[in-house]
Design a protein around this ligand. Structure first.
Ligand code: DX5
Ligand code: ZN
Length: 228
């Protein structure tokens, strides 16, 4: 198992989503945030079917891996047929693959988590804002990470939906000890609240790449520690 997604007690991970990077300078944009204290890169994969947008495929992951041998590459599969992409992304150097519960039932999700781990990468399960957390509670322990979406997936720059914080609290209350990731509209105004709900992996696109490069180190450390 690749182990770049390391648990360090009390350390909140910050993963910039490269969806808001300047794609014409993706290498420089990625190098910049990694040197600025990011714990890895979040790759938003969209298929134009599960979500109304198209983004990146395994070749982008492969190029990032070739350039950043040690970076944690966290792949978020917003696609209708995620199993089609497990092997291509694992071979392209992904460390972690998250897929969505909305395209399957809980039994299948748990079985696919094993398929992902067989490829030597960790597995995550994502739920959209409108999807209840109850079906996740019984299978959460099969996943190294649960991703609680805080916007309807598809585009960066949307407003954070605070009502989803309750899902993270429920996961922690029932004893879930894996990573809880939150993705969508996360920024300096809500990061303390998000961490307070038990979230320990923050994804942010526009709150990091929307700033000039010189301001990105402060934005990353601010997400990790604001309000402390
Ligand atoms: C949502 C994606 C997110 C998104 C975050 O469809 O999964 O990763 O790009 O963008 P911001 O942080 O700008 O809401
Ligand atoms: Zn994402």
């Amino acid at each position: 198992m690749r182990d770049r997604l390391k648990r360090t007690d009390g350390h909140t991970l910050v993963f910039p989503s490269i969806l808001s990077a300047d794609f014409a300078s993706l290498g420089e944009e990625s190098a910049g945030v990694l040197q600025s204290g990011a714990d890895g890169l979040h790759l938003d994969v969209m298929d134009g079917h599960f979500v109304p947008n198209l983004t990146m495929g395994p070749d982008v992951c492969r190029c990032l891996r070739a350039r950043f041998a040690d970076a944690c590459l966290d792949v978020h599969l917003m696609v209708s047929y995620p199993e089609q992409f497990f092997e291509p992304f694992a071979q392209a150097g992904a460390d972690h693959l998250t897929f969505h519960l909305e395209v399957m039932n809980s039994d299948k999700a748990a079985a696919l988590a094993d398929d992902v781990r067989q490829l030597g990468v960790t597995a995550g399960l994502a739920v959209n804002p409108m999807t209840p957390i109850e079906p996740v509670l019984s299978i959460a322990d099969q996943f190294e990470m649960i991703l609680v979406m805080s916007v309807q997936p598809g585009f960066s720059g949307q407003a954070f939906r605070p009502e989803v914080l309750e899902k993270a609290r429920r996961l922690r209350e029932q004893g879930y000890r894996g990573w809880i990731q939150m993705d969508g509209g996360v920024g300096p105004k809500n990061a303390a609240q998000v961490r307070g709900a038990g979230v320990d992996v923050l994804v942010a696109a526009s709150a990091i790449f929307g700033l000039p490069p010189d301001n990105r180190p402060g934005a990353i450390s601010g997400l990790r520690s604001s309000g402390e």
